[in-house]
Design a protein around this ligand. Structure first.
Ligand SMILES: [Zn+2]
Length: 190
């Protein structure tokens, strides 16, 4: 009897120590062809990403294979989509993210709210990585090296040199074209 009590006392500690690892896959991760370690890992993606794979092609076979291996499809909450919109506007990534990218980030945010989950986004997209980092969500790159610096995009006018936070193509002051520059680099601690 005494042994049982002791065991129960330790049980919550043991449960907390083991987090469930969840890989959130974007299209680039699915198509990378790189082996994904499937042991003890949940694979998830969004319906938006799923829609990018239409029956018939080679890509669809890869997608089907992952589904057979346990890849599940989820829809993110509206709250999280709004949050991603707000955060990516701040980092300057909003115009670089597709609807599917935003949903993927929102789903990752939803899943990281459960403290028992260890969420990792698998993506080669720098803007997804940048927003994920701003939200303290982990990411892993499949083929590229992955960003090591958190960065902020700014638009600079080629004519008068004024900087704009918004992604605008034509300068409202002098009418010249703008270019994208990176500002505010900050090292990411991995
Ligand atoms: Zn200008």
């Amino acid at each position: 009897m005494r042994v049982k009590v002791k065991y129960e006392k330790f049980l919550p500690v043991l449960t907390m120590a083991k987090k469930q690892k969840i890989y959130v896959l974007d299209t680039s991760a699915i198509l990378s062809g790189k082996p994904i370690n499937l042991n003890d890992v949940d694979l998830v993606t969004t319906s938006g990403i799923s829609d990018e794979f239409t029956p018939g092609g080679r890509d669809y076979k890869i997608f089907q294979f992952l589904k057979e291996k346990g890849l599940t499809i989820h829809s993110p909450s509206k709250d999280s989509i709004e949050k991603i919109n707000a955060v990516s506007k701040k980092t300057g990534d909003l115009s670089r993210l597709s609807k599917a990218d935003i949903e993927l980030l929102a789903l990752s945010l939803d899943m990281s709210k459960d403290e028992e989950n260890e969420v990792v986004i698998l993506t080669d997209d720098y803007s997804i990585q940048n927003v994920a980092n701003a939200l303290n969500i982990k990411f892993e790159s499949m083929s590229q090296s992955g960003i090591t610096k958190r960065f902020k995009w700014t638009c600079r006018c080629r004519g008068c040199g004024k900087n704009f936070k918004e992604n605008i193509k034509i300068c409202p002051i002098c009418g010249a074209k703008t270019k994208n520059i990176v500002s505010g680099k900050k090292a990411i601690l991995k």
